[in-house]
Design a protein around this ligand. Structure first.
Ligand SMILES: [Zn+2]
Length: 270
């Protein structure tokens, strides 16, 4: 590869305000999310309980209706895993592990977990991360395109293949995580839940870390320390705290989940 071309390309990339642009359109993001969702469904044991799935979907949709940003086709699924984890795919799909239902003490805590994931999607964090990956890994393709090879056209498919190859859980930046907490808290509040549910559940995660580290390992590998997150949220809440904390429906759904055969362990299936 001729050196001057590489130098020009690198200078060009360095001049792009990366934080401000996304090379992934909303439609591409939704398409990638659908593809990834198909892969996740093959890898993850989905909880086959309609009442529980319907309930989680109802809570999730109520939150998504209060999220700013593009009107993504949000969907909510429950993985039959015992570990405390939740994740968002690009452009709409949200998953929680069944363990979250067992660990949440009230509906506002469950809604807090979902609100954080909805915020990741609404703030387009996946598109930001994919743009970064594209720039980091797609550099050669981009250079190829500049040199006249047709490397740029299949960009979306390429990036899609990369996410799938790296596992379906995208690693967001610490800033993304802080933003998802902040925006998620607002969404939770606007949708009518007691926002204290969010820091409360983080305390639950922190306690789980001491008692059963394996149950939060995956979650903690991708998120800042829950104690710190809870403290930041509590400071931002101050004395503002009102809203729905719990419902009979949540208690019935939680009891239902507890009566089902035990949830699977993630490790055993990997
Ligand atoms: Zn997150």
């Amino acid at each position: 590869m001729p050196r001057p071309v590489l130098a020009v390309a690198l200078a060009l990339l360095a001049s792009l305000p990366l934080a401000a642009i996304s090379l992934i359109s909303v439609n591409d993001e939704i398409k990638l999310g659908r593809e990834t969702q198909g892969q996740v469904r093959k890898q993850v044991p989905q909880l086959a309980d309609q009442a529980i799935t319907d309930y989680v979907t109802k809570v999730g949709r109520r939150l998504a209706a209060r999220a700013a940003g593009p009107k993504y086709p949000y969907s909510f699924s429950v993985a039959n895993y015992r570990e405390l984890n939740a994740f968002a795919l690009p452009g709409g799909p949200v998953w929680i592990h069944r363990g979250i239902l067992h660990a949440a003490a009230n509906e506002s805590q469950l809604a807090g977990v979902l609100a954080h994931e909805v915020a990741h999607i609404a703030q387009r964090h996946a598109a930001d991360q994919l743009t970064k990956q594209l720039v980091a890994n797609g550099l050669l393709g981009l250079l190829g395109a500049m040199l006249g090879n047709d490397g740029g056209g299949a960009r979306t498919a390429q990036v899609g293949a990369q996410i799938l190859a790296n596992g379906y859980m995208l690693k967001f930046s610490r800033d993304d995580e802080r933003e998802a907490d902040r925006i998620g808290l607002t969404i939770l509040q606007r949708a009518g839940w007691d926002p204290r549910g969010m820091p409360e559940f983080m305390e639950t995660l922190r306690r789980a870390q001491g008692r059963d580290p394996g149950s939060v390992e995956t979650f903690l590998s991708s998120h800042p320390a829950p104690g710190e997150r809870a403290a930041v949220l509590r400071r931002s809440l101050g004395s503002r705290a009102s809203g729905r904390r719990d419902t009979a429906e949540f208690r019935a759904i939680k009891a239902r989940a507890q009566r089902l055969p035990p949830a699977k362990a993630m490790k055993a299936t990997k």
